[in-house]
Design a protein around this ligand. Structure first.
Ligand code: C2O
Ligand code: CU
Length: 463
């Protein structure tokens, strides 16, 4: 296997940096911790390069790690120190609708200098994340994300080390600045904003020293706008124990792991590389295999590997029932480059694709590129829902449902694992099912924000 360090090749040169901004002072806020979105700098590239100006929570990339026990409350006073409106979305948390952070659907966007109290209970253990949900194509690409880890009430599995790994993909110039062409038409109509520099927790060369036969929990999250990761391991062996925060019924031996934007995977792995050698987390790409994280093996933890792990305790997600007479809907995804879509409803009328494109709209859900006035499905609380998602486009998409976890109904009628984000390949159809037990208006959209801004957004209403 040929493994190489990723070479930095700044793709786009000579673009002007984004306009200067002023910081807004946070108001004095009693006892609730604040989470301020503001400008900052991060050393994304190796130390012989400049630090990169970013937008981050508390000015950092990633934002502060929020870690609570299952069933505990999360309270943060969000303070907007950005030059534009913003909101925080708590991705994958089955949350109160009013705390979901979707502007114009669940709350008003927080203006520059404004603040908003996010206050909710984390019902499920697992690996979750939070990110900006306003002008996401820009704010996520600038670094507005962080992790929310909810610890198992029973203390979780036996392990030696717990590592959070937020994997991002930045589009940087040779001067280490973020290329400011956010939401560019080429990205909207193609694969979304792909970058040229991968970081883990904001570091281009993430490394740890471990001991042989140590057991690690790796909490992986793909926080990139659009890069679909195919991950592998070298010198580490183990299992997938949870996806999108939700435990698998049985740990699944890990070979390769496909991780779409917004998806998470919890791995339990043992360092099996020899002492004195390196183990790697690998990104398997068309151009080759890249080491994106390095684990130096020094010393021995124990003479042999631990036994295979037991499954994690399931979360209190309502079991699926009544699939045969569930309420169902069909979601047809169309448009994009090479999609052949001629027109769609935009601004309430049938509009030619050329005119749509001039407004940045290049995709349609069920023939509509507007944010629909009516929900895709209106459900009574507790009802079972099925949505058949038909991707007629020439591009893969990562479809995310807010407020619920769903299962994919397989062709043989078996049910897949609980997830909050589903990767659909080009021309692929998938049917998902879930119990609509969380009241409110919930977004269903492609998590490549260039695509959702370009028309890939709808919503459901749970009464
Ligand atoms: Cu992680 Cu609607 O988003
Ligand atoms: Cu998409």
């Amino acid at each position: 296997m040929g493994i190489s360090r990723r070479a930095f090749t700044g793709g786009v040169l000579g673009l002007a940096a984004a306009g200067g901004t002023s910081l807004v002072a946070a108001p004095a806020l009693a006892d609730t911790p604040t989470l301020e979105a503001r400008e900052g700098a991060a050393q994304l590239l190796p130390p012989d390069h400049a630090a990169t100006p970013i937008w981050g929570y508390e000015g950092q990339v990633p934002g502060p790690l929020i870690r609570v026990r299952q069933g505990e409350r999360v309270r943060r006073r969000f303070v907007n120190g950005l030059p534009q409106a913003s909101t925080v979305h708590w991705h994958g948390i089955r949350i109160d609708n009013a705390m979901d952070g979707v502007p114009d659907l669940t709350q008003a966007a927080v203006p520059p200098g404004g603040n908003f109290l996010y206050d909710f209970v984390a019902p499920d253990a697992g690996t979750y994340w939070y990110h900006a949900h306003t002008r996401t194509w820009e704010q996520l690409a600038r670094g507005l994300y962080g992790a929310l880890i909810v610890e198992e009430a029973d203390g979780g599995p036996a392990l030696d080390r717990d590592e959070l790994m937020l994997i991002d993909d930045w589009r940087l110039t040779q001067e280490a600045e973020i290329v400011p062409n956010f939401g560019a038409m080429g990205d909207r109509s193609h694969a979304g904003r792909l970058g040229n520099w991968v970081t883990i927790n904001g570091a281009g060369d993430w490394r740890r020293t471990v001991r042989r036969h140590e057991r690690l929990r790796l909490r992986l999250a793909n926080v990139a706008n659009a890069r679909i990761l195919m991950l592998g391991l070298h010198g580490l062996e183990g299992w997938i124990v949870a996806l999108d925060g939700q435990p698998l019924a049985a740990p699944e031996p890990l070979d390769r792991l496909l991780l779409a934007p917004a998806q998470r995977a919890d791995l339990l792995v043992d360092a099996t590389a020899e002492e004195g050698s390196d183990a790697f987390l690998l990104s398997l790409e068309r151009e080759g295999t890249f080491a994106i994280a390095t684990f130096r093996v020094e010393g021995v933890m124990r003479p042999r590997r631990l036994a295979a792990p037991a499954p994690l305790e399931p979360n209190p997600v309502a079991p699926l029932h009544g699939l045969a007479d569930a309420r169902s809907a069909r979601l047809l995804m169309q448009g994009g480059a090479m999609g052949g879509m001629q027109s769609a409803i935009m601004g309430g009328r049938e509009t030619e694709i050329r005119e749509m494109a001039a407004w940045g709209r290049v995709w349609a859900f069920n023939g509509v590129a507007d944010f629909p006035a009516q929900p895709l499905l209106e459900l009574a609380a507790g009802e079972t829902a099925r949505i058949a998602i038909v991707n007629e486009t020439a591009w893969p998409h990562a479809m995310h449902l807010h407020g619920h976890h769903f299962r994919r109904i397989g062709e043989d009628r078996t049910l897949g694992p609980l997830r909050d984000t589903l990767l659909l390949d080009r021309q692929e159809t998938a049917e998902i099912a879930f119990v609509a037990d969380n009241p409110g208006d919930w977004l269903l959209h492609c998590h490549m924000p260039e695509h959702s801004a370009g028309g890939m957004e709808t919503w459901i209403r749970v009464g």
